[in-house]
Design a protein around this ligand. Structure first.
Ligand code: NAD
Ligand code: UDX
Length: 477
């Protein structure tokens, strides 16, 4: 059996590396039009940072796992073609700002149709709007010149999270495969299931119809993000009442119907998926006339925006309503720990909000590349977006980048913790404090630091969803 995956990104790369690693009898080729990305996959400096990924790639690469830019050749030869291209939010035209942009997906489908001389199973790995399989099937059938070639389309959404991709792929909660309830459809599902059965128990492989599989992926991300927005909304209430959001999370998480995961209040959720997939869900609801359902889910994003804005406003008000020309150290820029990915990271909105008020930022992140930070803070937000700190003009001179946390904090008035990197917990905060301007503030947007100890050192600590620092409390009374 030969598998080809179109798209060597955060999903295509690790997912195929795992299949190659676990299935030595299957040849797996990952293809991409991005030459630099493929070159990096063929080197020891992989294009994405993911714990454990290099080991998996090294074990299979050159044996039965290959990375190539020869899209036509490998798609043409494959029995199963995974499509794992990007499906970003549309930035212009009908549905701009909400609908999924399927340009890359359709482009991939046209390539498959044009080079196929044998029948194939086409697997939707990308997250797509419900009913995409229908549209793709039409593109495939109408563009393939050989009438004997059959395409069977399956939906097989990916649930891995960045930073834990290898763990998630090794031991997933479930594999979801959607397909048609026809003889050919059932056979295709069985073939794809047989790939996963190399390392995953049969009872963890769920089979559904196509539309349920497509919609389950959007629903899963919407539900996960909704938990975070719910806790973030409660964090605001905690600050206003003296409750502690971590205590509330623990208390409600012990209810087995709620469960303890994904209840951490934060400066806001980020990542390439949550916002995009909820907007996509909202758009689908609107197009089928379900305005109330659309508004319900849209609120999850509005709450996330509120949380980021609230964080910025609290920094400014705590620092005596002026941060102009003050140096603020930003600890963490990635959207979560253990990744160098900054797509939709809350750090972008927060940094822009602080810069708009005149702060001089010094950003430190262990994995994010400097040019990425400059690009994220230097690119204008699309005009369709609702007003947010990001819309403010960007003074590029206000951004400095450091590769050392201590240096980032030197002569700073404040530290903002925006990513929950483990290393941030273990710094010598006494030494950091000694080098800062006084009063020295810490705004912990992830609640990972020892706040009592920091207060002992002399910091004024603002922790998300926690009772205010006694100093701040006095300031507000
Ligand atoms: P990505 O941008 O990292 O990778 C997509 C790759 O596809 C790019 O390298 C691009 O060059 C390539 N590509 C686009 N069109 C192509 C074509 N016609 N031929 C060959 N290559 C082409 O995106 P990603 O983060 O891997 O996400 C891919 C899909 O998976 C998206 O739909 C996303 O929503 C979904 N998803 C992502 C995650 C995640 O954690 N990032 C998790 C689950 C699902
Ligand atoms: C998410 C889904 O979890 C995954 O199943 C899907 O395949 C892709 O989208 P990812 O975006 O990689 O994965 O990371 P995730 O761990 O879900 O975190 C998303 C964001 O939520 C991060 O910014 C994270 O810091 C934040 N988060 C997560 C919280 O603020 N609080 C939490 O309790 C959990």
């Amino acid at each position: 059996m030969k598998i080809c995956c179109i798209g060597a990104g955060y999903v295509g790369g690790p997912t195929m590396a795992m299949i190659g690693f676990k299935c030595p009898d299957i040849e797996v080729v990952v293809v991409d039009i991005n030459e630099a990305r493929i070159a990096a996959w063929n080197s020891d400096k992989l294009p994405i940072y993911e714990p454990g990924l290099l080991e998996v790639v090294l074990a299979a690469r050159g044996r039965n796992l290959f990375f190539s830019t020869d899209v036509n050749k490998h798609v043409g030869e494959a029995d199963i073609v995974f499509v794992s291209v990007n499906t970003p939010t549309k930035t212009r035209g009908v549905g701009a700002g909400k609908a999924a942009d399927l340009t890359y997906w359709e482009g991939a489908a046209r390539v498959i149709a044009s080079v196929s001389t044998s029948s194939k199973i086409i697997v939707e790995k990308s997250t797509v709007p419900v009913k995409t399989a229908d549209a793709i099937e039409k593109v495939l059938r109408r563009n393939c010149s050989d009438p004997s070639v059959q395409f069977e389309i399956l939906s097989n959404p990916e649930f891995l999270a960045e930073g834990t991709a290898i763990e998630d792929l090794t031991n997933p909660d479930r594999i979801l495969i959607g397909g048609k309830d026809t003889e050919a459809g059932r056979a295709a599902i069985a073939t794809l299931a047989s790939v996963y059965e190399h390392w995953i128990a049969k009872d963890r492989i769920l089979c559904t119809n196509l539309w349920s599989a497509e919609l389950s992926k959007l629903t899963a991300n919407a539900m996960l993000a909704q938990r975070i927005s719910s806790m973030n909304s409660i964090s605001a209430l905690c600050e206003a009442t003296g409750a502690d959001v971590q205590q509330v999370s623990r208390a409600i998480g012990t209810d087995s119907r709620i469960g303890p995961k994904f209840l951490n209040a934060s400066v806001g959720f980020g990542g390439s998926c949550f916002q995009k997939d909820i907007l996509n869900l909202v758009y689908i609801c609107e197009t089928v006339g379900l305005q109330s359902v659309a508004e319900y889910w849209h609120q999850v994003i509005l709450m996330n925006d509120f949380q980021k804005q609230r964080f910025v406003e609290r920094v400014i008000s705590a620092m005596f309503n002026t941060i102009s020309k003050k140096k603020i150290a930003v600890f963490g820029f990635a959207f979560k720990k253990d990744t160098g990915d900054t797509r939709e990271t809350p750090a972008i909105d927060v940094c822009r909000g602080l810069m708009a008020d005149g702060a001089n930022l010094c950003v430190y992140d262990p994995e994010v590349e400097d040019k990425q930070i400059y690009q994220d803070l230097g690119t204008e937000k699309f005009e369709w977006d609702h007003p947010s700190p990001r819309s403010a003009p960007i003074p590029k001179t206000a951004i400095a980048i450091s590769h050392d946390a201590m240096e980032a904090a030197r002569d700073a008035h404040a530290i903002c913790v925006l990513t929950e990197w483990d290393r941030f917990k273990n710094y010598d905060y006494q030494a950091i404090y000694d080098n800062m301007v006084k009063p020295a503030f810490i705004f912990d947007g992830r609640n990972i630091l020892d706040h009592a100890k920091l207060r002992e050192i002399g910091f004024i600590v603002y922790a998300l969803g926690k009772p205010l620092d006694p100093f701040l409390q006095k300031h507000y009374d």
